[in-house]
Design a protein. Structure first.
Lengths: 301, 314
């Protein structure tokens, strides 16, 4: 570990201190090792064992994987995860884009509206969960039911009905993430060349064409990032579901991670829970690598 | 994996702020300033815009008023639910206090303060090494830190809970202490990347001069580099706080018994307590909400910059 690569003027005295960067990196690496990578390794390791607290762990090969993946409750949970993930991602992107279009601008009043609309993002998910339990209050007095009452739709017990609970959770997810996407897309909109809008106006281009041919291409990178973040977030959704429905009623909102949590902490099936987590980890990694690959390839103009 | 999902780069640069958009606003008419071409003269379109803004506020902001009004109402279950409390009372907060909400709140504050401090110290040190030194294995270290962003507590929850109960090598049992929550939050890839990218853009001349004068590395970092990093520290700080305050699963698995919970996790205790009504739960929610509200309103610009930064580079 000699410092022959360093520029002589900038790093005088550096030769003596080849260990210096490692000293600076030590706390971060140590914490990442102990609390991220060791658990990851342990999770992979345990997924091949039947974990028995006092008898010692027993090697079972891929047993945990076949058992968990074959379990229909887990398959349902994966299905719910996909529905929620796709629904929340798309819903939040569309709504976030509409919000960005609506609230783009520099005036003071718009800034205040943006500040207020952004509140769901900074609020802890647990608080949001309590808030939405209140909004979904199952009698006609609940806020959402009150609004539906105006449309002539009777009170719905959103969270107690297996047919509505998943959609109710999705609505909350969209509500949380739409303002977040709005901020990213607003940053994208700010980068659009204003003279293009002016030129478009001179050519008498319609609003739709203007959006389609000027705005959308310009914010495509921002959209790509929003989509990537949303997809990865969607797969590991946990807190939103845990605080709003706890996976119920009748398992109708059970998702990948709430299932793994139940397996690991309630059923004490550490091996099965680890297997479920490892599969999730692999899918997340695969998704990230794939998306990054395509994004990078798309960036090479 | 050289392109991280959250690559916090350019928007944090100081010169980014008064960008093209702001300049364009001064030289071109307002209707060329937005994608939809909103005009500022009175007419049908602005009226529609005001209406839509009101709808957006009603959907995204107004529900927060119901938390406050519910927390201040005597019986907010259903019928009295509205934007303003009917008979304002502090009873709910007092009852929540009797249920130990302030103890949970203290846990939360200690964890948020300690976790944020640790996170910033770790990030600054690591970023300094990554941005200002060249050494073998640098790319590997960078990849490792980026990987931590893809290992959220959710995915490693079960083995992490075992590790917290018996830390490898030293064999400590951290469960039930605040350290079990603080330490896993220490190495946050996002914050390290953010500061690294920022430090790379700081000119090196001052440092070189200081090095020639024989100033030590730590003093250099503390007295020369750090003061220049204030904008990035603000962003890392506010995002870190929001991230730590939002933690749910980690405090849940790090606790030995419910008294170790943070205020956000403790809301579920209040909810399942048959003796207290929803007003008390909402009082707890208000108490859990206020710190993030304060941080957001004070450091709003840093926060928005930071989130937008995640999107400026792919």
């Amino acid at each position: 570990m000699t410092a022959t690569v360093t520029a002589p003027t900038r790093r005088r005295g550096f030769n003596k201190k080849a260990a210096l960067p490692w000293l600076f990196l030590a706390p971060g690496l140590l914490l990442a090792l102990v609390f991220k990578f060791v658990p990851m390794g342990k999770g992979i390791w345990l997924s091949f064992f039947k974990v028995r607290p006092f008898l010692g762990d027993k090697w079972v090969g891929l047993d945990n994987y076949t058992r968990v993946l074959g379990d229909h409750r887990f398959q349902d949970a994966v299905g719910h995860t996909l529905v929620l993930g796709i629904g929340i991602s798309l819903g939040a992107i569309v709504l976030g884009f509409l919000l960005a279009l609506l609230l783009e601008g520099q005036t003071r009043s718009l800034k205040i509206v943006r500040t207020a609309v952004f509140l769901p993002v900074v609020t802890a998910t647990a608080v949001v969960g309590e808030l939405w339990r209140l909004l979904y209050y199952p009698t006609g007095d609940g806020l959402v039911n009150n609004a539906l009452g105006f449309l002539g739709i009777g009170p719905v017990s959103f969270l107690d009905n297996p047919n509505t609970a998943l959609w109710a959770t999705m609505a909350m997810g969209i509500w949380i993430w739409a303002p977040y996407n709005m901020v990213i897309l607003l940053a994208g909109l700010a980068g659009v060349d204003r003279s293009l809008y002016e030129a478009a106006a001179m050519d008498g281009v319609s609003l739709w064409q203007r959006l389609r041919h000027i705005t959308l291409p310009a914010i495509r990178p921002a959209l790509g990032i929003v989509l990537t973040l949303a997809a990865i977030r969607g797969l590991r959704i946990f807190t939103e579901v845990y605080v709003l429905t706890g996976g119920g009623p009748a398992g109708s909102t059970e998702v990948w991670m709430t299932r793994a949590y139940t397996l690991g902490f309630t059923r004490n099936d550490i091996g099965g829970a680890s297997a479920a987590s490892v599969v999730l980890l692999c899918v997340t990694l695969l998704l990230t690598v794939t998306v990054n690959y395509f994004r990078k390839r798309g960036d090479v103009r | 994996m050289s392109a991280p999902v959250l690559d916090p780069v350019r928007a944090v640069e100081p010169e980014h702020r008064p960008g093209r958009a702001a300049r364009a606003q001064r030289t071109t008419p307002a209707r060329f300033d937005t994608a939809l071409g909103w005009s500022d003269r009175p007419g049908l379109a602005p009226a529609l815009r005001i209406l839509l803004c009101a709808t957006a506020l009603a959907i995204f902001a107004a529900p927060f008023l119901t938390i406050f009004s519910g927390a201040l109402s005597t019986n907010p279950s259903g019928s009295s639910l509205s934007f303003l409390p009917h008979h304002p009372t502090l009873l709910n907060i007092r009852v929540a206090g009797e249920r130990g909400i302030w103890d949970y709140f203290t846990n939360s504050l200690v964890i948020a303060g300690g976790g944020l401090l640790l996170q910033l110290v770790v990030s600054v040190l690591a970023a300094y090494a990554l941005a200002r030194h060249r050494f073998r294995g640098q790319a590997l270290v960078l990849t490792l830190f980026m990987l931590t962003m893809m290992l959220p507590e959710e995915v490693i929850a079960i083995p992490l809970s075992l590790v917290l109960g018996h830390v490898p090598v030293v064999g400590l049992d951290l469960k039930g202490t605040v350290w079990a929550v603080i330490l896993p939050l220490g190495a946050w890839g996002f914050s390290i990347m953010l500061l690294t990218e920022f430090m790379k853009d700081i000119p090196t001349e001052i440092e070189e001069a200081a090095r020639i004068d024989g100033v030590g590395e730590f003093r250099l970092l503390w007295q020369v580099v750090l003061p220049l990093c204030k904008p990035a520290l603000g962003v890392a700080g506010v995002l870190g706080f929001i991230m730590i305050w939002d933690q749910y699963l980690l405090p849940l698995i790090a606790a030995k018994d419910p008294t170790d919970y943070t205020v956000t996790v403790a809301l579920s205790i209040l909810r399942t307590d048959p003796e207290v009504g929803s007003g008390v739960v909402l009082a707890g929610a208000v108490i859990a909400l206020i710190p993030s509200l304060i941080v957001y309103l004070l450091l709003q610009r840093s926060l928005v910059t930071g989130i937008a930064a995640g999107a400026t580079k792919g």
